[in-house]
Design a protein around this ligand. Sequence first.
Ligand SMILES: [Zn+2]
Length: 246
Amino acid sequence: VRTPSAAELVRVWELGFGRVSWYQAVLLLAPAFPASTFDALAALSVGERNVRLIALRARLFGSSVEATVACPRCSVPLEFAFDVLELCPPAHDPEARRPAPFDVALDDELTLTCRPATTADLAALPGGDSPAQRGALIQRLVLAARRAGELVDPPELDECAAERIASALEDADPFAQTLMAFACAACGHEWNAPFDVVSFLWSEVTTQVHRILEDVQRLARSYGWSEGSILAMTGVRRRFYLERVS
Ligand SMILES: [Zn+2]
């Protein structure tokens, strides 16, 4: 993982502003994995992508997270802290963990070979999180169908078959969705909620970029330097000058 520069973070934020989640995810990864093309990053499984985003988060902001969530039953805010690197193994060798295709037996006769979902699959769908959307996604993941060992055309999946594949997918690409367990101290309610690493990291990067652009604005106004030359400075150097402005 390479640490993106201030100028790169600003560019990522600018290009991804108001865009869909899968696009923001690839934009975030691009400067951190400069050897990979946009298409190669979009071809990562959703789990591999998440592992890389978590490694990037640790690189940019450290691995500890402190956040607040409201209890869905009594609305009391619950503060929690965790280490993002505990959610997944460090992204040292993504190739070694590249999730493989997997078989799902729908009945005694029919077996489907499926592959994990990638960002490119999410990009190919119209968006939103509806049952129809999830069904269309699962249908895309079927590589082959065998009836009694003979190759046949993949069938149109019903809800039950899609459910079976979705559950096999959790084992095949375990970091595609990370559930976190919560317990409310006020009312005792316990629940699980997914940790959405894309929206989480995007909002942190947005906050960081706003801070950088505030610095640019103050330094440009005080010294007349260009945006490009201020963005090219390290944070240490920007702060040095900012302290002398105020
Ligand atoms: Zn509660």
